[in-house]
Design a protein around this ligand. Structure first.
Ligand SMILES: C=C(O[C@@H]1C=C(C(=O)O)C=C[C@H]1O)C(=O)O
Length: 381
């Protein structure tokens, strides 16, 4: 059984061995009691500081992919030696589902829908099925991804099917330490540019873009609505700031709060917020229905939640984006974009291309962007 990894500027975790797997779906809430019992069993079995690590799917009625490992250790990411580059089989083919025309048609369909419904935002995504000449090695992909993306949340989660989830998310859904919580939603995006001046201009334009500011606002308003009743203090900055990855600029808001009742676990709180309008839309239930109608594939773990939680409920959960599911010779990559009334199909397609660039570059299948060399990447939280 491969190692599970979740790297963060905060605390990084490495876990191995399977004490128990937990597949109870997050919807309905039974998962949290089940997890608490599993962590108690682990402690009774002699595991000193048991944790759970893994992922929750976008659709929370689907099985969770959590495990309580036999061994886990926390470490400081900065002290990690750079992972040695491992040989990667070359990419031989890639197929988008849906294809370009069908995706743009979906954007038009969503925009038309807004005029006749209460939906204000829907996040539409696509899959890129990438086939390699040989076995897709998750360790090699992770090493390449970590070397190219030193910030954000790098993760490697072995799944019950034998596949692996690998990615680097820039988006913190929820971190909890005692009563202190932080969430750092992202929404509203622009592609990084190859030369420094146009790159800075693209970031500056994003910060002023009414369309992107609106897209972002749906997310922060919804997170405020969900967290305010649970918090004694809650700070939601009025204006977003910029966060950059190697491929994208994002509008970003760091939300911080103090819980009234610190007994809620980080996973309970993450599930309370999930899915935010950053990956689903607004209002949530209507947007989810529209996504079901328009997207011709199952998101699975994409746009879900990935991270870890300890027996005191402390932990950190990122939004499962900029990722792929690795199995055999293939890796299934995912990317989405928030659609609002003034969205343009060409620009939304280009946004998903930009987002796919992070994983494609790790696979050696995209030109390295000059912007990847700009050492300004801010970091979530
Ligand atoms: C859905 C994705 O990203 C989400 C959507 C964003 C947007 O629409 O601007 C930005 C960051 C993420 O919250 C993705 O990367 O696939």
């Amino acid at each position: 059984m491969a190692t599970s990894l979740f790297l963060s500027r905060h605390r990084s975790v490495r876990a191995s061995g399977v004490f128990e797997r937990i597949a109870t779906p997050a919807a309905g809430g039974a998962l949290h009691a089940e997890l608490a019992r599993a962590l108690l069993r682990a402690r009774d079995a002699g595991i000193a500081n048991p944790i759970a690590i893994g992922a929750i799917p976008f659709d929370t009625t689907q099985p969770a992919e959590l495990l309580v490992p036999e061994h886990s250790e926390f470490f400081n990411r900065d002290t990690l030696r750079p992972l040695a580059a491992l040989p990667l089989a070359p990419v031989v083919a890639s197929t988008s589902i849906p294809g370009e025309e069908r995706f743009k048609q979906g954007v038009r369909q969503a925009v038309a829908n807004f005029a006749h419904s209460d939906i204000r935002k829907a996040v539409l995504s696509r899959v890129l099925e990438v086939e390699l000449a040989g076995r897709a090695d998750p360790a090699a992909i992770f090493a390449s991804l970590a070397a190219q993306n030193p910030t954000g949340f790098q993760f490697r989660i072995p799944l019950s099917s034998g596949a692996e989830l690998v990615g680097v998310s820039p988006e913190l859904l929820l971190r909890k330490e005692g009563a202190h919580i932080v969430s750092n939603p992202l929404a509203g995006s622009a592609r990084r540019q190859p030369d420094a001046d146009s790159d800075a201009a693209a970031g500056g334009a994003l910060l002023q873009s009414p369309k992107d500011l609106r897209e972002h606002r749906y997310v922060t308003d919804d997170i405020r609505r969900l967290l305010a009743p649970l918090c004694a203090t809650l700070d939601v900055p009025e204006q977003p700031s910029l966060l950059s990855t190697n491929a994208m600029w994002h509008l970003s808001t760091r939300i911080e709060g103090t819980l009234r009742d610190p007994a809620q676990t980080s996973l309970q709180l993450a599930c309370h917020l999930h899915p935010t309008p950053a990956v689903c839309g607004y209002p949530t239930d209507l947007a989810r229905k529209l996504i079901d109608l328009v997207e011709p594939f199952d998101r699975g773990l994409f746009a879900g939640v990935v991270g870890w939680c300890d027996a005191d409920g402390n932990g950190e959960w990122a939004v499962t984006i900029r990722c792929g599911k690795v199995q055999g010779n293939t890796i299934r990559l995912f990317a989405g974009a928030g659609i609002v009334a003034d969205s343009c199909p060409d620009a939304e397609w280009a946004e998903t291309q930009g987002k796919l660039g992070t994983m494609l570059r790790a696979l050696g299948a995209a030109r390295p962007s000059a912007s990847a060399n700009v050492a300004t990447a801010a970091e979530a939280a």
